[in-house]
Design a protein around this ligand. Structure first.
Ligand code: ZN
Length: 295
């Protein structure tokens, strides 16, 4: 047999040889982030290929990542993210994979966080929202305590199913991350997405979850918070009417109430925010995140 024929024969069998080699060695442990380019305010879907893992611990910039096994049992998944105020720098994504044989595999890696180019803006609101009186300060304090309590208790499994969807039929504004001045003195970062919804527009759950909060607050006005599990929440502000109660389970698309102009607003709109383990994430980016159904 000529050298050329031997080479052709070997090439024919190459895919088979490779497939056999793959079947014998376990799949390499690896972490994939979607989207792969991480910017301040990015929600991220983490997929860890680790078929023999019994559990995975994760931590990113001091926030605990809670993984759950994918349906095919070949990978573990988590929704995580980087806060809108995170500096553009290299971060450490800690991942420890606990294998069935008791071994712990360290898959920790460096992730570059890129700057997002958010805008600046100025707003004028009633003076009581910039210089609250002692009674109003008391209510703001009570609201903060309540919110801390709500955000500390999330379901221990994902309650969402499939990708998130827009909560209202109204034009969105590109306002997430804008650095704003209120009445020329109070500076803050806008940590949500505003929709120009006239008062009375139906607001719907952007995914399935449990109503963690449904009541009036000082700045937020009539406010609804949905818990989607594992530290992920969506927040809806300024309702004219709330139609759900705390503890209620809601399906994606089910009505939560009607939009309005309650709380610190310049006019009627829906403010929609996404919060994960205390980090505020860009809702527009969450809408584009491909998430599996019935995780
Ligand atoms: Zn807003």
């Amino acid at each position: 047999m000529s050298d050329a024929r031997i080479m052709r024969l070997a090439l024919c069998f190459l895919p088979l040889i490779c497939a056999l080699a793959q079947a014998q060695s376990p799949a390499p442990l690896r972490a994939d982030l979607t989207p792969s380019l991480v910017v301040a305010g990015s929600p991220e879907l983490l997929r860890i290929t680790a078929p023999n893992a019994v559990s995975i611990d994760g931590d990113w910039l001091g926030r605990k990542i809670q993984f759950f096994p994918a349906r095919d049992h070949r990978a573990w998944l988590a929704v995580a993210g980087v806060d809108v105020e995170a500096p553009a720098a290299t971060s450490t994504l800690q991942i420890h994979i606990h294998l069935a044989n008791g071994a712990v595999h360290d898959l920790t890696q460096s992730i570059a966080i890129h700057a997002a180019h958010y805008r600046t803006g100025t707003l004028t609101v009633p003076p009581k929202f910039v210089s609250p009186n002692p009674d109003e300060l008391k209510q703001i304090d009570a609201d903060r305590t309540l919110k801390d309590k709500i955000f500390a208790v999330s379901a221990n499994r994902p309650l969402w199913s499939g990708s998130f969807r827009v909560p209202v039929v109204a034009p969105p504004t590109d306002s997430f991350g804008t650095r704003r001045t209120f009445n020329g003195k109070l500076a803050s970062i806008h940590k949500g997405m505003d929709f120009r919804a006239p008062s009375g527009t139906v607001v719907r759950a952007s995914n399935s979850g449990t109503v963690a909060l449904a009541r009036p607050l000082y700045y937020e006005g009539n406010c609804v918070v949905l818990d989607h599990g594992l530290g992920l929440y969506t927040v809806y502000l300024h309702f004219s009417r709330i139609d759900v109660h705390e503890g209620q389970q809601v399906a994606a698309g089910s009505p939560l109430g009607l939009s309005g102009a309650t709380g610190r607003v310049t006019g009627p709109h829906l403010h929609w925010a996404v919060r994960w383990q205390g980090a505020y994430l860009d809702p527009a980016k969450l809408l584009r995140l491909p998430l599996p159904a019935n995780p």
